[in-house]
Design a protein around this ligand. Sequence first.
Ligand code: HEC
Length: 157
Amino acid sequence: MSDTQHDTFSNRNITVLGILLLIAVFIGEVLIGPHSDEEVVVEVADTMEDIAMRIKPVVSIEDIRKNMSVASAAADAADKSPDQLYQSACLACHTTGAAGAPKIGDAGAWDQRLAKGLDALVTSAINGIGAMPPRGGSQFNDDQIKAVVEYILDESR
Ligand code: HEC
């Protein structure tokens, strides 16, 4: 092999290497290179959704509204006298005797129940008893329930 032949061979090799390199770069760019714009947009959108999920408030506006209406019902009740409380939540059953409720003013019926003690009556009014839902379906607190029970008993002597 003469020097000239050797040079030609090397040059050809370099050319082939160059072409291979170009192909490699081309494959790299097209097949495994940076994502297309569309993919990038989708990824950004995913990330935005992720962030939105993460910063989503734990308490929703609906929850707050619900709590406010419960709170305001409780605040309304706080201003009321026992007989007003009675009228707003107990009258429906205890004045009419609906669902077998002992009627207000029916001394006999209440004497019988009072035999188990005031605390027991208050407890069953709080927890519900028979057809009566807990607290008669009201938001009254324990003290208010007790005050209303006492009111009912007073009115039934
Ligand atoms: C949906 C109808 C209903 C409403 C509203 C209601 N009650 Fe009653 N209540 C009943 C019935 C029915 C009973 C009898 C339950 C039984 O003995 O099985 C009863 C029983 C009671 C008793 C007797 C519990 C016992 O241990 O014997 C008390 C005290 C009482 N109610 C208080 C109240 C008060 C105070 C309210 C209002 C905050 C109220 N109730 C609202 C239906 C009602």
